[in-house]
Design a protein around this ligand. Structure first.
Ligand SMILES: [Mg+2]
Length: 481
């Protein structure tokens, strides 16, 4: 075939996955700006529907900011990871039926390299991708976008171009037209620091980097990564698609340009690292039982302290509270150069709304907002996922055992995730009306929308809060499977 291409890698990415799962299982939310995330004062957005994105909402944005952008029509729901994980599992079953090797990137993303597409032309590749999307839609009811290209990097960029709910096929012969105009930051491995270095050399697009002199590449990006990134810009990404071991630990850490010397600075730094690790945890789709804080002094000695919860959590506030109780006070410990938060003991989530409990260890003073400005600049940010293949922690500094710091955090309280019996977004059941979700509550009344993925939009009914017929239900029942 004249325009066939040797290699086709596909990147499948579910569209607005968390929000789409909500719109699937709660049909009233279809077409509405849905925000999935923490609703507390410091909550962040974990996912948003396209309707919410159209008004400027984005993942990882503070919830109050997203709410302000979207306006009064915003629907805020807390994440129901058990539902997302169940749908993810079904999506991956479809992948496995279509391709012998599936490389899972996150709960809603994977690379495939189907052998039957070797040598295929653009049209055949596009049809294959459309068939896959149809199969995903058939099995789950969810929209997915598929990008195809001559390597993983190009497939990944193509799936971005395909969104929402589409296919984009970018053959190598179209790289100059399609890829070269894109910002060089679109490439893996080109973060803020590398991007800044390249801009000093007048490089702003992928095309600029592809045309860059080899010596300049080494000068700008170093001998280790420079040539590899330039090669990818030039159209050659040979990295294989392969199954990955499941992550054993997820962590995020920050190195500071100036040392942290106050408890307030440490508290802000803990939250920042915990948010980074929590984002990765949501992407992974499992819950974490163990929270670890790693801190390094300015003399490069370090300590690592962990605490294991009775049950896995996906709650950012729980993770922040535990991490904060583990972090040392610089007054006793000395100035801190690096701080990281790790999550391990990754477990499957079951019925998270039914049994969701928030763990709040001994309260520590929360720093005032103005201390945010007080935090020294971060010079290095890392997020790592440790798998079985790679159990050695990065960095050479010896960990110093410090027995005085190994005491578990004081357990302040177990709080049932709600003061009232039903909170907005909870799954409930009623013997007469079936499965539904709490759309609002207050003044002793609870309004429930009775619907699931298989019912179509349902009716809302209002009950007394203490109605004995109304009880909390398993979120998985909203799938109607
Ligand atoms: Mg996605």
């Amino acid at each position: 075939m004249a325009d066939g291409q040797d290699r086709w890698v596909l990147h499948v990415d579910m569209d607005a996955f968390f929000a789409s799962c909500e719109q699937l299982t709660r049909p009233t939310l279809r077409g509405r700006p849905v925000l999935v995330g923490g609703v507390g004062g410091r909550g962040v957005v974990a996912g948003c529907s396209y309707e919410a994105r159209a008004r400027g909402a984005r993942s990882a944005m503070p919830s109050h900011q997203a709410r302000r952008l979207v306006g009064p029509s915003a629907v805020f729901v807390f994440p129901r990871m058990a539902v997302y994980r169940a749908l993810s599992r079904r999506v991956f079953e479809v992948f496995a039926e279509h391709a012998p090797v599936v490389e899972q990137v996150s709960v809603d993303e994977a690379f495939l390299e189907p052998p039957e597409l070797r040598g295929a032309d653009v049209d055949r590749t596009r049809r294959w991708a459309q068939d896959l999307r149809a199969a995903i839609r058939e099995a789950t009811g969810l929209p997915a976008s598929v990008g195809a290209g001559a390597g993983k990097q190009y497939a990944k960029i193509a799936s971005e171009l395909a969104k929402p709910d589409g296919v984009a096929v970018v053959p190598r012969r179209d790289h100059a037209e399609v890829l070269y105009p894109l910002p060089v930051r679109s490439l893996w491995g080109v973060g803020p620091v590398a991007g800044e270095r390249l801009s000093q050399f007048g490089i702003s697009t992928i095309g600029d980097l592809a045309a860059m002199d080899d010596d300049d590449v080494v000068h700008a990006l170093g001998r280790t990564v420079g040539p590899a990134i330039a090669r990818i810009a030039r159209g050659y990404d040979d990295r294989p698609v392969h199954e990955r071991a499941e992550a054993k630990q997820i962590s995020a850490e920050s190195t500071f340009a100036a040392d942290l010397t106050t408890a307030g600075q440490v508290a802000v730094a803990v939250r920042r690292s915990a948010e980074g690790a929590h984002r990765r945890l949501l992407g992974d789709g499992r819950a974490a039982r163990t929270v670890t804080v790693k801190v390094k002094r300015t003399d490069f000695t370090s300590i690592t302290r962990s605490y294991t919860l009775p049950a896995g959590t996906t709650s950012l506030e729980t993770i922040v509270a535990v991490a904060r109780s583990l972090a040392p006070d610089p007054l006793d410990f000395g100035a801190i150069r690096l701080l990281g938060v790790g999550l391990s003991g990754l477990t499957e989530i079951h019925q998270d709304a039914l049994f969701e409990q928030e763990f709040l260890p001994g309260a520590r003073p929360v720093p005032a907002h103005d201390e945010l400005d007080d935090l020294p600049d971060i010079v290095g940010v890392g997020t790592t996922v440790t798998t079985d293949d790679d159990e050695t922690p990065a960095g050479g500094a010896a960990a110093v055992a410090d027995d005085a710091l190994h005491a578990p955090p004081a357990i302040g309280a177990w709080r049932q995730g709600l003061e009232e019996r039903f909170r907005t977004g909870s799954d409930v059941r009623h013997p007469e009306f079936g499965h539904g979700w709490v759309q609002g509550s207050g003044h002793g009344r609870v309004s429930v929308r009775f619907e699931t993925a298989v019912t179509g939009p349902g009716r809302m009914r209002t009950f007394a809060e203490d109605d004995p017929d109304l009880e909390l239900a398993d979120p998985l029942d909203s799938l109607g499977w």
